[in-house]
Ligand binder design. Structure first.
Ligand SMILES: Nc1ncnc2c1ncn2[C@@H]1O[C@H](COP(=O)(O)OP(=O)(O)OP(=O)(O)O)[C@@H](O)[C@H]1O
Length: 348
């Protein structure tokens, strides 16, 4: 186990700046996710930690040791990618043993012990003699994970390792990753564009936007208190609705473009033009149809356990997530209520 420190990392590809001075500390044993949209630089940062990519400026330290110019094999890290490329002519056990052989770690008997332990960790001990093509996609993914952890690296780097799996397998592997991380306590840096995956797996989330850190914090923190309109819309898929905060009866009230108002907002909310972040799951059908926001339904999307409505609120398209027993259809006017405490108000 080791801590990882990035200090003022910048990276350009030719004339294009991709990473604009990223500094971050990952504690020993911590599970940290780099979360962000496609192209924001997640993979580039991970490859910089791995030593697969050089930096334009800045430093990387692993366990207090500067490693910036060192090649990957001298960093004591292991990496697992979305495409996990097992060697087809080797058995599962031989695939997992491969990095130990390449790096001449231990005797043959010691290597076999380690392989056995790694395969048991991912619950594949019984398939050690199979070839990769005789395994399902999920099993192959686990072999790749066993191969990544077999040498007990100081740092484990995972680049969207679950994105090739179907939804059900993906959930199983998420649980497995959490348990393996708890058992081995490996310092882990995990790249994903999937907010739910980041929220469920991480001790801490680093939200990246255009090669910069937008916000970082625990999942609960970052979900409950997104610091910007970008963070709000990325985490929890909030609706962003323009409004103006005015004084009404001595209280801060948000007035929407069509004159509807919401409030009172918490005391201390700044007056003036704002963006309101209203989470899809925080809008509830108002009992008796009064005292809420008038919304015009456009489309109903059945999701099984829930229903998503695409709707219009004061000229802005919004999404609302309800239980699966609502029955609105296109054109309906519906009143939704929201707890003012759950509204994020951001100056515009
Ligand atoms: N070797 C390279 N040469 C030139 N540009 C590159 C290179 N590698 C990455 N880029 C560019 O850097 C930017 C960031 O890429 P990166 O792969 O880090 O993003 P990402 O956040 O991981 O996205 P994704 O989720 O799509 O993989 C992109 O605009 C990409 O086109």
């Amino acid at each position: 186990m080791a801590n990882v420190r990035l200090d003022s990392i910048r990276k350009s590809f030719g004339p294009v700046d991709i990473i604009h001075g990223v500094s971050l500390d990952i504690a020993s044993g911590e599970f940290v996710s780099l979360l962000g949209a496609s192209g924001c630089g997640k993979t580039t940062l991970l490859r910089i930690v791995a030593g697969l990519e050089s930096v334009t400026s800045g430093t990387v330290e692993i366990d207090g040791r500067p490693v910036t110019p060192l090649p990957p094999e001298r960093r004591d890290i292991a990496m697992m990618f979305q495409s996990y490329a097992l060697l087809p002519h080797l058995t599962v056990a031989e695939n997992v043993r491969f990095p130990l052989r390449m790096r001449r770690i231990g005797s043959r008997a010691e290597q076999q012990e380690k392989v056995k332990a790694a395969l048991e960790t991912v619950q594949l001990g019984h398939l050690a003699e199979r070839r990769p093509r005789q395994l399902s996609g999920g099993q192959q993914q686990r072999v790749a994970l066993a191969r990544a952890i077999v040498s007990r690296p100081k740092v484990l780097l995972l680049d969207e390792p679950l994105s090739n799996l179907d939804a059900r397998l993906r959930e199983d592997m998420q649980v497995e990753l959490i348990e393996i991380h708890r058992r081995l306590g490996l310092t882990t840096l995990f790249v994903t564009h999937d907010q739910e995956e980041a929220l469920s797996l991480s001790d801490r989330i680093i939200l990246l936007n255009g090669g910069r850190i937008e916000q970082q914090g625990t999942p609960a923190d970052i979900y409950a208190r997104p610091a910007s309109a970008f963070a709000s819309s990325f985490l929890g898929s909030a609706n962003l609705v323009p409004a103006t905060v005015e004084e009404r009866g001595g209280r801060a009230t948000a007035v929407l473009a069509d004159g509807q108002h919401l409030g009172p907002l918490p005391a201390g909310t700044a007056r003036g033009p704002v963006t309101l972040a209203l989470r899809q799951e925080d809008l509830a059908v108002a009992a008796g149809g009064s005292g809420g926001l008038q919304v015009r339904i456009r489309t109903r999307v059945y999701l099984g356990a829930r229903i998503r409505y695409i709707a219009e609120l004061a000229g802005t398209e919004i999404r609302v997530l309800t239980a699966n027993d609502t029955v609105f259809s296109g054109g309906d006017a519906v009143t939704f209520a929201i707890d003012p405490e759950r509204i994020r108000v951001m100056p515009r």
